[in-house]
Design a protein around this ligand. Structure first.
Ligand code: ZN
Length: 100
């Protein structure tokens, strides 16, 4: 499955890694007084990009008398996701990957 979001030719994963790299460089290169501002912005961007990188749906198999059934939920926040193929968690916005 390819990621749907493209940012200046980068996938969400590549863009997140670029921000992570900059965060590391800033620790060394930026004056201390400026670091807090840039680090907060970079962490915000990293968090937003993480939501765009699909994570596998969580599946719990539950027993109900003689039969069993699958319950699906968000891998990040645990919010129940009942509709197969739902692309984003309604609670936290995480991008969801379903098995083929
Ligand atoms: Zn969620």
């Amino acid at each position: 499955m390819t990621e749907r979001l493209e940012l200046n030719g980068k996938t969400a994963k590549e863009a997140r890694d670029a921000f992570k790299g900059r965060l590391k460089l800033d620790k060394r290169n930026r004056p201390k007084a400026e670091r807090g501002f840039w680090q907060r912005n970079d962490r915000l961007a990293i968090g937003a990009l993480e939501l765009q990188i699909p994570k596998n749906i969580e599946v719990d198999i539950e027993q109900d008398g003689r039969c069993c059934f699958a319950k699906t939920r968000c891998p990040v926040c645990g919010y129940p996701i009942k509709q197969k193929g739902t692309r984003y968690c309604a609670a936290c916005g995480q991008s969801i990957r379903w098995p083929e």
